[in-house]
Write a protein that binds this ligand. Structure first.
Ligand code: PCP
Length: 385
């Protein structure tokens, strides 16, 4: 397969070639200087005003044992354009070759987590399941689905990702089951009979007949055991998805199947979800999350041998982000600043030590805790899409 192994990455074999060439030049002339490198982005894709930092755990793994020190916002922190999210200090030759890899780890995971958080906001309290592993290289499925979960998805579809997160995988049934069995109701019954009891019975009701009649047939076949129906209505049949859901809801309720939830999937994104919220209780979102825009973080040297020094267009100096606990103001400050706000309130520095001389100094939080951190900030900061 066309994938790099962990040892390829650690050996610098996924680096842009100019980094190892730079190391060769510096070594040839016996130059190695202590630098501070800063990771930040000045803009976010699609006019986003905020983003979710993800990929930190993998950066810590990548740089563990490398003789550098890292300060970082905790994984799951909401950040804004211009704010440094991570700084690395140490001899350049120790970590410079990892620039490509560490940016890739942060850029993709943060883009996915941010998109998932935006979908979370669009869906309100309704269930959102990550369905997008199939759109990406399978080697990335655990990272993609973990990032989706951190951003606020309630569940993930693939087995290994769920296992690594520590939650059961979420799934309903594919069209393949109905087609191979050859009849919807028979497939619903077989699914019910042969699937472990702990799996919620959610029948896919768009394969062969109209969604309303398949939903009613599923409800009549499974009765109280039917947890929900999923509408993955093909694009060619989507006249008015909201009206279709309203009709299915009405017909189920009329016959005493009010307990059956409606799940929608297929081509959903943050703008197509809110109109469906009146009737849908769950969404499966694929491409919009797994193919989220990447966050274009840059890594720039801002200090050399303890002196502020940066390229044109970049503020020099080792920095941090001060957030005031009293007035909530955020300010980019020199890292040596005392954590006090001009309002008189106590501030906290958002970038905290992650690695000191290559040793991790804070344990990795669980995916569930990071996800809660994201959801808490979205609420306390009053973030909107
Ligand atoms: C879902 C649906 C979407 C897939 C998931 C991801 O698959 O068909 O195409 O959604 P996206 O459009 O947001 O990327 P199933 O209905 O389970 O697919 P299948 O036809 O394989 O049964």
């Amino acid at each position: 397969m066309h994938i790099a192994t962990e040892s390829d990455i650690r050996a610098g074999r996924t680096a842009d070639v100019y980094f190892p060439r730079t190391a060769t030049v510096l070594r040839h002339f016996g130059i190695d200087k202590r630098v501070t490198m800063e990771v930040r982005t000045t803009t976010l894709p699609g006019g986003w005003e905020w983003a979710v930092l993800a990929g930190v755990g993998e950066v810590a793994e990548l740089l563990a044992g490398v003789g550098c020190s890292v300060e970082c916002m905790p994984e799951g922190t909401i950040f804004f354009p211009g704010e440094p999210v991570l700084t690395i200090s140490g001899p350049y030759l120790g970590f410079g070759v990892y620039e490509t890899a560490l940016l890739g780890l942060l850029c993709q995971a943060s883009g996915i987590a941010t998109k998932a958080a935006r979908i979370r906001l669009a869906a309100g309290g309704r269930t959102v399941v990550s369905f997008g592993a199939r759109r990406m290289h399978p080697a990335l499925a655990p990272m993609i689905e973990r990032s989706a979960y951190l951003g606020g998805c309630d569940g993930v579809a693939t087995i290994l990702a769920a296992e690594q997160i520590g939650i059961p995988p979420s799934g309903t049934m594919p069209h393949a089951l109905v087609l191979v069995v050859g009849d919807s109701v028979q497939a619903f019954r077989m699914f019910d009979q042969a699937t472990p009891a702990e799996v919620p019975r959610i029948c896919l009701v768009d394969t062969l007949q109209d969604e309303k009649f398949e939903a009613l047939a599923a409800a009549e076949a499974l009765g109280d055991r039917l947890f929900g129906v999923r509408l993955d209505t093909p694009g060619s049949r989507r006249g008015d998805m909201r009206a279709l859901l309203r009709e299915v809801r009405w017909e189920l309720d009329l016959r005493g199947f009010g307990h059956v939830l409606l799940m929608v999937s297929g081509g959903l994104d943050e703008d197509s979800i809110p109109p469906l919220n009146a009737y849908a209780q769950a969404y499966g979102v694929g491409t919009a999350i797994s193919n989220a825009p990447t966050i274009n973080f840059a890594a720039d040297i801002v200090e050399v041998e303890g002196r502020p020094f940066a390229k044109r267009g970049k503020e020099s100096g080792h920095k941090n982000v001060l957030r005031c606990q009293a007035c909530d103001r955020r300010e980019i400050v020199p890292s040596a600043t005392s954590p006090a706000c001009s309002c008189g309130g106590t501030g906290e520095m958002l970038l905290q030590p992650l690695l000191i001389d290559g040793q991790r100094v804070v344990p990795e939080a669980s995916a569930a805790d990071i996800r809660q951190r994201v959801l808490r900030q979205i609420s306390t900061l009053g973030l909107t899409r």
